[in-house]
Design a protein around this ligand. Structure first.
Ligand SMILES: [Zn+2]
Length: 108
């Protein structure tokens, strides 16, 4: 699967770490059905940055590729949401709710 995964590709590492932080903080969500990452639109960017700073400060392995520099991580957190759709592309789009269809209400 991982064809030609090179260790020197740090930007991929960083992106992956930022994605993980975004998922942990709810900045991004993963579709439970399709596993697709999407942007639910509830941007707790402050909260995500706090978590990012915390992880960097405690030298969490998750953010090891950032070393002690949290700025590129928070920058990525800010930009990463823009690269995802607002909902899972595999899921049917939310259609306008037309009210409950209640079949068989006639027979009582
Ligand atoms: Zn889905």
């Amino acid at each position: 699967m991982a064809i030609g995964a090179t260790k020197r590709d740090r930007s991929e590492d960083r992106r992956g770490a930022a994605l993980e932080v975004a998922l942990r903080t709810g900045l991004l969500k993963r579709c439970p059905i399709h596993g697709e990452v999407y942007d639910p639109g509830q941007h707790d960017y402050q909260g995500a940055c706090m978590v990012a700073t915390y992880l960097v400060n405690r030298a969490d392995p998750l953010v090891a590729s950032f070393q002690d520099d949290r700025v590129p991580l928070t920058d990525l957190l800010r930009s990463i949401c823009k690269s995802y759709p607002t909902c899972c592309s595999e899921c049917p789009p939310p259609v306008a709710w037309t009210g409950p269809t209640t079949p068989g209400t006639a027979g009582r």
